[in-house]
Design a protein around this ligand. Structure first.
Ligand code: PAF
Length: 271
């Protein structure tokens, strides 16, 4: 695996290849990332992974500072998976140039996580736009666990007419149902159990197609999530995933979106 820290050196090297498969990450690699990389192998292109903890998408300095960083372990994982290129840029390498394309922020970016984490999606779309300009991939891979992120990046790519195929990958879960996330590294066993119970509770809500998401019911669901051990809930909403708007009824186009805290750890999921 060739490791690059400078965008110019990376561009020179990858010019030789006809369009790569690209998996942008913030490191702290887990089975979710590994599944993206394994999926990318099916596309028969050289694989490039980037690791960059993007300060612009953190709305709290503390959260940025405390975000898990496990670079040596990540490198070992990527080598084992036979990834061709790893890009670990500095802040300057990412933000020290003017991108050709302006970022497009769909109006749904101020909902759900966008409402509670001001500036988060602007930071995400900005960094992904820049990384795409540096890497010029043919395919880019994202997990559905961060569904709103995936939705907004797709809108940006479409609106800015970027020739690039977005490959959407299923959420990977632990045996106890908890969606894999780098942030899980911060959970103790007891807290994982809480997250698992919340997942199973939400799954049950989803199963009962008679459930309605009016404010009275949502409050009832939220109360139970708190009783199960969540310390705070940012949102619990039923959303149409094609349009990213609230919906009252459960159907094939809806998912239950949640963001909640266990202690200081913020977890999100969609079920
Ligand atoms: O999902 C992530 O890890 C990040 O938001 C991404 C897409 C790598 C941008 O920093």
């Amino acid at each position: 695996m060739k490791i690059f820290k400078e965008r110019i050196k990376l561009s020179t090297e990858i010019l030789k290849n006809k369009g790569l498969s690209f998996i942008p990450t913030m490191g702290g690699l887990h089975k979710g990332h590994i599944s993206l990389i394994k999926k990318s192998k099916k596309f028969k292109r050289k694989i490039l992974v980037s690791i960059f903890v993007n300060p612009k998408q953190f709305n709290k300095k503390d959260d940025y500072r405390n975000y898990p960083r496990t670079l040596n372990k990540d490198i070992k994982i990527l080598e084992k998976l036979k990834v061709h290129y790893l890009f670990i840029p500095s802040y300057e390498e990412v933000y020290g140039f003017k991108p050709k394309k302006k970022i497009y922020l769909d109006k749904t970016s101020n909902k759900l996580c966008g409402f509670f984490r001001k500036g988060h999606f602007k930071g995400v779309v900005d960094v992904v736009n820049r990384l795409i300009e540096i890497v010029k991939p043919k395919y880019i891979f994202f997990g559905k666990k961060d569904y709103q992120q995936l939705y907004l990046i797709k809108k940006h790519i479409l609106k800015r007419k970027i020739i690039l195929k977005v490959i959407e990958c299923e959420t990977i879960r632990e045996k106890n149902g908890v969606a894999l996330s780098t942030r899980n590294l911060k959970l103790m066993a007891k807290e994982k159990k809480i997250a698992s119970n919340i997942y199973h509770y939400l799954k049950n809500i989803k199963k009962n197609k008679e459930n309605r998401f009016d404010s009275k019911m949502i409050n009832k669901f939220k109360k139970k999530v708190l009783k199960l051990g969540a310390d705070k809930i940012d949102y619990l909403e039923n959303y149409n995933i094609k349009k990213m708007v609230k919906e009252m009824n459960i159907n094939k186009n809806t998912k239950l979106f949640i963001a909640y805290f266990i202690g200081k750890v913020r977890l999100i999921d969609n079920i």
